[in-house]
Design a binder for this molecule. Sequence first.
Ligand code: NAP
Length: 465
Amino acid sequence: MSQVGHDGRPLRVAIIGAGPAGFYAIERLFKEKSLTIEVDLYDRLPTPYGLVRAGVAPDHQKIKSVTKVFDKLAAQPQFHFFGNVEIGQDVSVAELRRFYHAIIYTTGAQTDKNLNIPGIDLKNSHAATEFVAWYNGHPDYRDLQFDLSQECVAVVGVGNVAVDVARILCRTVDELAETDIADHALEALRHSQVKEVYMLGRRGVAQAAFTPAEVKELGEMAGADVYVLPAEAALDPISQESLAEADRGTMRKIEIVQAYAGRPLTGKPRRLILRFLVSPEALIGDDNGRVCAMRLVRNELYKTESGSLRSRAVDQHEEIPVGLVFRSIGYEGVPIPGVPFNERWGVIYNEQGRVINPETHSVVTGEYTAGWIKRGPSGVIGTNKPDAVETVECLLADFHEGKLPTPDAADFTAVETFVRQRQPRYVNYEDWLRLNEMEEAKGAALGRPRVKFTRVEEMLAALGK
Ligand code: NAP
């Protein structure tokens, strides 16, 4: 292995998934100046950036400027992009191993956690992750339909994704029209009849998963008042006691929500109602199999032996007349064929990013993981940076100890020929930059950051592929 890592024989790494974790892994690899490292980045979509494009809310454009850092990395001569190539479909992991000294899986968490209550499969009950992907123009979700003729909506969960979903439902068309929200979503939301949006937290305000800036933004919307029941904003004795160890962020969240509780409604056309210490027990359907109400049960907090605060139901029930439901209780990873996967946790089996064979407990030589598919769906975009650094440092240590495999054909031309056979319409980074220019030009004409392509076929046609 020591002959590898110089200009004549670069260390060749494949990264699967072009989201933040993938790019942060590249950043760390390219910082290793003593070695020549080539990276091929794969994504099943023709577009890079993962959740920065398909997850970050359209009214949070500033967050998306991180793509400039990613583009700089992609401009390095030792970088190549294979977009529109699905690993496990177009090319198998076993085939990929023939071309690389190391593979890093950074595929994120592509599905949602299920909420196991009666009625969850009724019409008009959806995963928030699907709604998010739809309004962000992800091609797989482009043709979904959401019944925005309903006046009353429930969002289950009080994490930042729930906040995004509630905010997009409450924004005015003018607020949305200046973002890069997908055109089909803008059009559907233009006709929205939504008047009331509930966000439902199973625990109290002090335990809510949203962050202060995000919950504060809810109080600044042009067309929606925020409402909190004073009794639910108040802290129960267990939460009160926990404040002794609370960080500044928690204190700030409580302060913001409690200020909402005292705030008079100003007559804006929509109302966002934050509820705490309630859990959905069942969705109730009408004669057409559509959600027409949600049964809620009140919760109380209790302390587990390990000291964490959990919720449990008390015998107090109510019904809210909602016609549309989004469950926003977390994302979940999906397996990649041929890569050891922990179904229970929804992550690739790994130790510090080294993929582990769960039967032998040994390291799968040359295979690594980073981001949500390594640690689960938590943290902000920047959290993926130290996470990816940890993984790449394991990879580099393994390289220096001679522990990486020796592939048959470690050169770009060989893999490019192979990928082209399997997916003749693969998209490289120059192609993506052309798509990007087209999107931005369409947006500029309308005073928007971009107008997204939302179908793979349209992207390929625009590129003449
Ligand atoms: P999350 O932060 O883990 O929140 C999940 C929410 O679902 C929590 O309120 C959780 O309550 C609740 N929940 C879980 N199981 C439930 C059940 N069975 N019944 C009722 N409620 C349940 O997940 P997320 O909102 O999907 O966000 C994922 C990550 O992306 C987070 O780290 C988030 O901060 C980040 N993100 C950041 C931004 C931003 O910075 N603007 C935007 C979007 C996402 P418990 O706390 O009681 O478990």
